[in-house]
Design a protein around this ligand. Structure first.
Ligand code: AKG
Length: 339
């Protein structure tokens, strides 16, 4: 979305300073994209000049019109239209790829928060109306999930009383995979830490990783999108069984982990789909906020406390959210998107 707004803003400024019109005059292939604005500006100039005051247009003879038309036709014949069309196609493909990679990634395009707020399209508040807490459901079935939550924008927590079925999904596994080149993230969020890469984070002093007293706190997150990595991770953890059967939910796995008191700051995402996240170990508090346009239609803030084995499902494109590890232990979660 930010990309679209940026593009629109630059078109507006080009129109305002007149550069586009001049460039389009000199570059026939660009004229296709900017015809609307050029034509609008020319018409305005011509009507003021030709409105009876004897400007250049009112003195033009039919002969000059014929000559001008002939020159225009000759000029058009010299343009390599096939080449121009290929170039146009190439630019459109690149723009489409950029846009789709931006929407595939969490926060691929980062703007200052106030700009994000001003530029995003308004959100329809139907999804939060009448909601006064985030429901927690024991053994959520696929049917219940699909009917009431999957596509309604209403968050839900699925509680699995048996807890997570893993004891191996943790720092040691991630470090081993990273050391053997099997964990190269697509995106890495260092949050407030000094780490520049995931391997730097996983290479932290063992005492720090174990939260020994006096060691600095840390919280990081990253996405795994290589099938080989995802398959290795899936040997150690089972994904929620209530997600829509046909959903492409296994393309990217996100891991967030860190020490008590730390987490992700309040933000809203621009990702393709709603997200799920399972708490594997430790405890985490989520704070959800409705967007400002829903402040008078919905409750503004919700808190959700996550325990091992619970899965939160949240459309992070319409809910502002913030997380914080609570309790005494490191919080580790795995998550993804579903369509
Ligand atoms: O789990 C976290 O700490 C952050 C999650 C998040 O911000 C997200 O999924 O967009």
């Amino acid at each position: 979305m930010a990309l679209r707004h940026t593009a629109e803003a630059s078109i507006v400024s080009e129109r305002a300073d007149g550069v586009t019109a001049d460039m389009a005059d000199a570059t026939p292939s660009k004229a296709v994209a900017t015809t609307g604005s050029r034509r609008g500006r020319r018409t305005a100039t011509m009507s003021s000049g030709g409105g009876g005051s004897g400007g250049p247009r009112s003195r033009r003879s039919p002969l000059s019109a014929v000559v001008l038309s002939a020159v225009a036709i000759a000029f058009a014949a010299t343009v390599d239209w096939r080449h121009a069309a290929t170039e146009c196609g190439r630019w459109l493909t690149t723009a489409a790829e950029l846009f789709s990679s931006a929407t595939d990634q969490k926060c691929a395009v980062t703007l200052p928060d106030f700009l994000e707020d001003v530029l995003r399209p308004p959100i329809d508040c139907t999804y939060c109306k009448g909601m006064d807490s985030v429901e927690k459901i024991f053994n959520l079935s696929a049917e219940n999930f699909e009917k009431n939550y999957a596509y309604t924008g209403r968050p839900v927590v699925a509680v699995d009383v048996s807890g997570p079925s893993t004891t191996t999904f943790g720092f040691r596994l991630f470090k081993n995979l990273s050391d053997s080149g099997l964990m190269t993230p697509c995106q890495f969020f260092p949050y407030k830490t000094e780490f520049r890469t995931l391997s730097e984070a996983l290479g932290m002093d063992e005492r720090r990783a174990a939260m020994e007293p006096g060691q600095p706190p840390w919280y990081v997150g990253w996405s795994n999108c290589e099938p080989k990595t995802i398959n290795r991770l899936k040997r150690h953890v089972s994904l929620p069984n209530f997600l829509p059967a046909l959903s492409d939910s296994k393309r990217t796995l996100w891991i967030f982990m860190g020490t008590p008191g730390h987490g992700a700051p309040m933000h809203i995402d621009k990702v393709g789909y709603p997200s799920w996240q399972t708490q594997i170990s430790g405890h985490k508090k989520w704070t959800l906020r409705t967007p400002v346009e829903c402040f008078f239609k919905c409750k503004r803030q919700f808190e959700v406390f996550m325990e091992p084995g619970s899965t939160i499902v949240l459309d992070t494109n319409i809910w502002y959210h913030e997380t914080q590890t609570i309790g005494q232990n490191i919080s580790i979660t795995v998550g993804g998107e579903y369509d």
